[in-house]
Design a binder for this molecule. Structure first.
Ligand code: FE2
Ligand code: FE2
Length: 180
């Protein structure tokens, strides 16, 4: 009975901690990027799938949250504003990369092209800093060949790879694309 109760208490504590952690991340995202989160284009990424049933929207939110946690847990001292905005916009390519008819022969090369396309789209709508540009441009390293030159870009690159892997093996699941 003692073991059972201790186990239940541990689970409840873990649940509260996870809930509080998510609430804090959500607050940080709102503090630094309320304009991005409320924009029609960013919200339109809910209708594009990334991996499995995960949408591009949820993927970018997860990468931003994971980047914040990495920065905090490892004490990396990243600029939080740039980290969050760069992470949210790192896949701002604004098309469905599974749509063969739309992408035709480019589909195979999505991995190479989309950081540049995302950067161009983001530049049109937002005043980007050099760090934010670096995050978007280099997040597919080593495909980008030239490695990231700031810690914020390294953190987002790592968070993106972790989230993509979890989505691909089915450990991070989304709810499928929503009608646009
Ligand atoms: Fe990407
Ligand atoms: Fe990504």
């Amino acid at each position: 009975m003692g073991w059972f109760r201790r186990n239940e208490e541990k689970r409840a504590r873990r649940f509260r901690e996870t809930y509080e952690q998510r609430r804090q991340i959500r607050r940080q995202l709102m503090d630094h990027a309320a304009d991005i989160l409320a924009s029609d284009n960013f919200r339109s990424t809910r209708s594009h799938l990334q991996h499995g049933s995960m949408t591009v929207y949820k993927h970018c939110m997860d990468v931003a949250g994971c980047s914040l946690l990495l920065n905090e847990k490892l004490g990396l001292g990243c600029d939080q504003h740039d980290l969050i905005r760069g992470a949210l916009l790192h896949d701002y390519f604004l098309y469905d990369w599974h749509d063969k008819a739309y992408l035709s022969q480019r589909k195979r090369l999505h991995g190479f092209w989309h950081p540049g396309i995302a950067l161009r789209n983001a530049e049109k709508e937002y005043e980007l800093t050099d760090r934010q540009r670096e995050i978007i441009r280099k997040h597919m390293w080593p495909l980008s060949v030239v490695p990231p030159t700031c810690r914020e870009a390294w953190v987002v690159t790592a968070a993106d790879k972790y989230c993509s892997l979890m989505e691909t093996v089915g450990l991070h699941r989304g709810h499928g694309a929503q009608a646009s």
